[in-house]
Ligand binder design. Sequence first.
Ligand code: IDP
Length: 138
Amino acid sequence: MERTLVIIKPEAVAKKLVGKIISIYEDNRLEIIHAHRVLATKEVLEKHYEAHKGKDFFDGLVQFMSSSEVVVLILEGENVVDIVREINGATNPQKALPGTIRYMFGETIEANAVHGSESVEAAENEIAIWRDLIRFES
Ligand code: IDP
């Protein structure tokens, strides 16, 4: 069964939006098979965002994502990667469609409430990167 990795970002956790965001996924009949609140390490974040290494926002992004705790979710279901990307909305909240999580809760392109893996391959890779930190065993 397909899986994806979601991160509820630091500003959304600080604003107590965790319950609302999880409800949106569940209302879309997605199955949350794992949830873990954790302070992300720079080591994990640098691997997670490796594709963006060298870009001008990389250091700031790693700093932001490790500034306070995040909630990491693993969701499972048919086509879950694409469904979550659609529910999350465009990277820039100002360009996100009404009804999406980033439209409702995103603040800036960096503090855009949630991360969702961009492909099945990326999801498998990200779950492996986060596995120890979030104590995901299955
Ligand atoms: P995605 O999260 O929608 O997949 P990506 O392009 O993969 O978007 O970027 C990963 C994350 O990097 C974004 O969610 C956002 O937090 C951050 N990011 C992307 N572009 C910028 C930027 O121009 N400035 C600051 N942060 C950015």
